[in-house]
Design a protein around this ligand. Structure first.
Ligand code: CDT
Length: 346
């Protein structure tokens, strides 16, 4: 069987401002796609809410809010997003991209889609499950807000892994008589969005579907003491270093514990002239190593060639779920949301 390799890129984006015009933003994204194409990328991941500034940091008047949302369920054909998908189709590169979705019933979701260039259509959609921050702005007028609970509903599509078609030659297909085809079919992918990467539950659900590549776009504030906590007083530089450390920690740790690659793409830099977002877009291996990472905080391609066979060692040895998981002991994971400490001592 031909090696199951995949050339993959994270398209880190520098800031997109409240004042940025959509054609400019699309043109930057297309340039990134073309750079990735020149490296031979087959799949490019763009950040969370890639087409706009990270607007949940602002209290936006309701009459303006809709300008930050995409209204069509069909991004490849919608005027405001079509040029990116047309370019992806032209170059034959799959893309995954995050955006604010206004659903048919009027509800808002923080969403990402996976577009297959060869099929010419969106083949998977994910809605962010873990919405951080608050519904109301902080009283501190200097605080960085994160009003996702105000603008979005928690995702309701679960953590549904899917197979990405037409990327790996000779992938085993259904019904061709091959038995024990674990790790031999088309690549198994999962999407998550920003804060989701800090929660083991989503990773594990993907892990349990044999995920091989997790895609995660993000906008992460570099300095936001009202959000992160003030237990340790830090300078903005120290806080940003810590935020990058935590980002990589969860990407590396969860990739290792679920024996999968992960790709993460930041929207980075100083957005809206004032709000610093971390960089740190990276590609990590199933053994938890960083294979490639962004150097700066602007538009940048992070590229790696993955051998999906590298997922097998973890999946078949240390993290062979079938042999080693003990679900009879994991009840609280789904039966309890918050913390219940043991009784106090006499
Ligand atoms: N966009 C997003 O989800 N950002 C969050 C900030 C968390 S603030 C507590 C993140 O987890 O990176």
């Amino acid at each position: 069987m031909a090696p199951r390799t995949l050339k993959i890129a994270a398209a880190q984006m520098g800031p997109v401002h409240l004042t940025s015009k959509r054609p400019e933003t699309l043109s930057r994204m297309i340039t990134l796609l073309q750079s990735a194409s020149s490296l031979g990328a087959q799949l490019v991941l763009f950040p969370e809410t890639a087409f706009t500034t990270f607007f949940p940091r602002h209290l936006i008047p309701s009459q303006e809010l809709d300008t930050y949302f995409e209204h069509s369920d069909n991004l490849p054909d919608a005027e405001n997003t079509k040029p990116l998908f047309d370019e992806a189709k032209k170059l034959g590169i799959d893309i995954s991209v995050g955006f604010a979705e206004r659903a048919e019933d009027g509800k808002g979701y923080n969403t990402s889609v996976y577009f297959s260039a060869k099929k010419g259509e969106v083949i998977a959609k994910y809605r962010k499950v873990h919405l951080p921050g608050t519904k109301e702005p902080f009283e501190n007028p200097d605080a960085v807000n994160q009003l996702e609970k105000r603008y979005f509903e928690p995702g309701n599509l679960g953590f549904q892994a899917f197979r990405a078609p037409d990327l790996v030659e000779g992938a085993v297909k259904k019904g061709n008589g091959v038995e024990a085809a674990l790790g031999k079919g088309d690549p198994v992918m999962g999407m998550m969005i920003c804060n989701d990467r800090r929660w083991v539950e989503g990773w594990r659900i993907y892990g349990m579907q044999g995920v091989e590549v997790v895609l995660c776009g993000y906008n992460t504030a570099g300095f936001a003491p009202d959000l992160w906590g003030t237990r340790k007083v830090m300078t903005p530089e120290e806080a940003e270093k810590d935020a990058v450390f935590h980002h990589k920690l969860v990407m590396q740790g969860n990739s290792y514990m679920n024996s999968c690659f992960s790709v993460s793409a930041a929207k980075a830099g100083l957005e809206d002239g004032k709000y610093d977002l971390i960089g740190g877009s990276c590609i990590t291996s199933p053994e938890g190593h960083v294979l490639a990472e962004a150097k700066g905080k602007g538009d940048e391609i992070v590229f790696a060639e993955l051998d999906l066979e590298d997922c097998r060692q973890g999946k078949e040895k240390t993290f062979d779920f079938d042999r080693h998981r003990r679900i009879d002991q994991y009840g609280p994971i789904t039966q309890q949301t918050g913390v219940v400490e043991p009784d106090l001592l006499e």
